[in-house]
Design a protein around this ligand. Structure first.
Ligand code: SF4
Length: 694
């Protein structure tokens, strides 16, 4: 059997895999030694991919109102119902909720259809829950959403700071690369900043157990100390940065005591960070998923800008994305407030250029509804037709019970997925069977901007079809031109040609040299990182001090600490932190199929400090009911001082399908960052009590 190179469908590390079909519908999976993300490594999830293929769990035919049907009937119905709603209520009465699981070609088609032809920007993605605060922070600081560094920087740094990131479990191969680098260079230091002790703390030189939500105060304190010690890079600031004076003044005004850290810990952190030129600060969901997420991102960026520690080998701020194609989604404008190729929806010249390229009849002038607001509009009847593509918002969005009710109450709900066994798919009027990983073909972009191929090695079962095909069929049935692609390579060519427009507006996302790529070259495409060419040495941005704001300078922001919105009090004394486990992915649609992965931590649980458990009269393994104003969840108690007193940690993976009483997002308050719209998924407040089954 021929071995095919593809990419892992889980996290944003984007590891290359070698897939060998067994001729009986199965696969063997190995790490690709030539892929620049992993050089042959795989984590537990990637290693178990072969256990997750098969047809048992699959949706095999289009289904309308619970009855199997043919594609023509289902597609005509979707097109007719969306057209009818748009005609009666306008384009903003429909919405798409898509996913960082989509391939770039799929994402491109979804955005072209909604923004260019339906004429609404009501397309948002579950990546809103993952990294939208970073997108907003990058745009504020740099002028575009551009990740400055590369994976090599993690190995070349002399100090790695992990903040709001359990890299060991959530991006395991990157963590393995750091461990290997530390073995080769024992002088390389690792600092972890997290209210919880995680697997990433093993072997760290310093763990700062900061108070939940106090990241701005910590990085403001660092910036103030950089100034106090005379370590500002004044020449760099003068030449390349605006706003430093105000940002530094705000930093001095911020009280470091807010962090809850001892002076000794703070000084140890300052000594390491300020005393090390080659420092990479890695951040992820612990920073992003906050009502102050964008400010937290900018607080980190401020410190790197103040010292000029950006864009050079082993040096810079580095956001790691949760999903396999969160970055590809950013490149095609996959969020409700973006246009493709790093162009701006609210810029009339950018809009006109994209509209001209698409020859499209309509373009929205304002951003659409971000995820939480989209489902609020659904619950209020303002959205009357919803298409959910590879996502499960009825269990993953904050206030999930209300979201589930909103989906249930919507006039017309379409779900494209590989399975009907999700909380959201159960509520659909129309179910459309989509091809799964290993059955579809296209590209994805990982956290360091490396574009890789996913390739088809297995035949899609039943009537399953690729997402781009499904959406293009609906678009054509709605009467739109420009959706008659036959193969993903044709979409890639169009998208690459569009990126040339971004180049004309001074954006570095320009892969238009690939706009004539033929099918053979697309099939053979090797992973490559943008920007291409010699302009950005090593594939990094900003070492030259050239930023994307008018005038070419970066911006430092004056920031003040804002605590989490939900308040701990006598009624709800616990701060609820949610997060991922090592061996599960999202709502377990795929990973639950692997007995090996499910054996790691087989049931939902709540981690609570032993003193809190004793205070509540709880014993190890008791059942605990957590309650917030939005819902309840029942979980098995694990007593551990990994969490601070007053905090509880609960994994996010279980659903109405796998553990109906443990849908943790049912408790999460629908509070968002005012700039990014990213939910505050790690700081709701709850009460806790023993639960005794009747
Ligand atoms: Fe897949 Fe991420 Fe694991 Fe790599 S680190 S094998 S991309 S889950």
């Amino acid at each position: 059997m021929t071995t095919v190179k593809s990419t892992c469908p889980y996290c944003g590390v984007g590891c290359g895999v070698l897939l060998t079909p067994d001729g009986k519908g199965g696969l063997t999976v190995k790490g690709d030694p030539d892929h620049p993300a992993n050089f042959g490594r795989l984590c537990s999830k990637g290693s178990a991919l072969a256990e997750t293929v098969g047809t048992d769990h699959r949706l095999l035919a289009p289904r309308v109102d619970g009855q199997d049907t043919d594609w023509d009937s289902a597609l005509d119905l979707v097109a007719d119902r969306f057209r009818a709603v748009i005609d009666e209520h306008g384009p903003d009465a429909v919405a798409f909720y898509v996913s960082g699981q989509l391939l770039t070609e799929d994402y491109y088609v979804a955005n072209k259809l909604m923004k260019g032809f339906i004429g609404s920007a009501n397309i948002d993605t579950n990546s809103r829950l993952c990294m939208s605060s970073t997108v907003a922070g990058h745009k504020r600081a740099f002028g575009t959403d551009t990740v400055p560094g590369t994976y090599e920087d993690l190995e070349e740094a002399d100090l790695i700071v992990l903040t709001g990131s359990n890299l060991a479990w959530c991006h395991p191969v990157l963590y393995q690369r750091i461990l290997a680098a530390r073995k080769a260079r024992p002088e390389m230091k690792l600092v972890v900043i997290d209210p919880r002790r995680t697997a990433s703390c093993d072997g760290a030189d310093l763990h700062l157990k900061l108070a939940a939500g106090s990241d701005v105060a910590l990085f403001n304190a660092l910036l103030a100390e950089i100034d106090r010690r005379g370590m500002l890079n004044q020449d760099w600031l003068d030449a390349h940065v605006e706003g430093a004076e105000d940002a530094i003044a705000s930093a001095h005004a911020c009280d470091p005591a807010i962090t809850g850290l001892s002076d000794a810990d703070l000084q140890a952190f300052f000594d390491l960070w300020i005393g090390t030129q080659k420092v990479v600060t890695i951040f992820s969901q612990g920073v992003n998923q906050s009502s102050a997420g964008t400010d937290k991102v900018n607080a980190i960026l401020n410190c790197h800008l103040a010292t000029g520690r950006i864009g050079t080998l082993g040096c810079g701020p580095f956001s790691v994305t949760g999903q396999p194609n969160a970055m590809g989604g950013r490149e095609v404008g996959g969020l409700a407030n973006m246009l493709a190729c790093h162009l701006d929806l609210e810029n009339a010249e950018h809009r006109d250029a994209v509209q001209g390229f698409w020859s499209s009849p309509a373009m929205p002038e304002k951003p659409g509804l971000k995820a939480v607001d989209m489902f609020k509009a659904l619950s209020e009847g303002r959205i009357k037709a919803l298409w959910v593509i590879h996502s499960n918002p009825a269990v993953t969005l904050p206030d999930a019970d209300k979201v589930r009710d909103a989906v249930k109450g919507c006039d017309f709900v379409v779900v494209s997925d590989i399975t009907e066994r999700t909380d959201t798919a159960r509520l659909a009027d129309v179910l459309l069977p989509a091809s799964a990983w290993s059955e579809k073909s296209g590209t994805v972009t990982n956290s360091d901007r490396t574009i890789s191929r996913q390739r088809t090695v297995l035949e899609a079962p039943g009537q399953a079809q690729p997402d781009w095909w499904i959406m293009a069929q609906v678009a054509q049935r709605m009467g739109y031109a420009g959706f008659d692609w036959k193969e993903p390579v044709e979409i890639f060519r169009e998208y690459a040609a569009l990126s040339g427009i971004a180049g004309q507006f001074g954006r570095d996302f320009d892969i238009s040299n690939l706009s004539q790529i033929d099918g053979g070259a697309y099939d053979a495409m090797q992973p490559f990182r943008w920007p291409q060419g010699p302009a950005k040495e090593g594939g990094r941005f900003f070492a030259d001090g050239a930023f994307y704001h008018a005038g070419g300078k970066a911006k430092m922001l004056a920031l003040t600490h804002r605590p989490p919105v939900s308040v701990q009090d006598g009624a709800r004394p616990f701060r609820l932190n949610t997060g991922r486990l090592r061996d599960q992915w999202h709502t377990m649609t795929r990973t639950a199929l692997s007995p090996r992965l499910s054996a790691h931590l087989p049931e939902p649980f709540v981690d609570m400090h032993p003193e809190d458990a004793a205070h509540l009269g709880l014993k190890p393994a008791d059942l605990v009911r957590l309650t917030s104003p939005h819902g309840t969840a029942i979980l098995r108690l694990r007593q551990t001082d990994d969490v601070a007193k007053g905090d509880v940690f609960v994994p996010m993976h279980w659903t109405g399908e796998t553990a109906p009483a443990a849908r943790i997002d049912a408790l999460v308050a629908p509070v968002v960052d005012p700039i990014s719209g990213q939910p505050e998924s790690k700081a709701s407040t709850v009460s806790a009590e023993a639960f005794v089954p009747a």
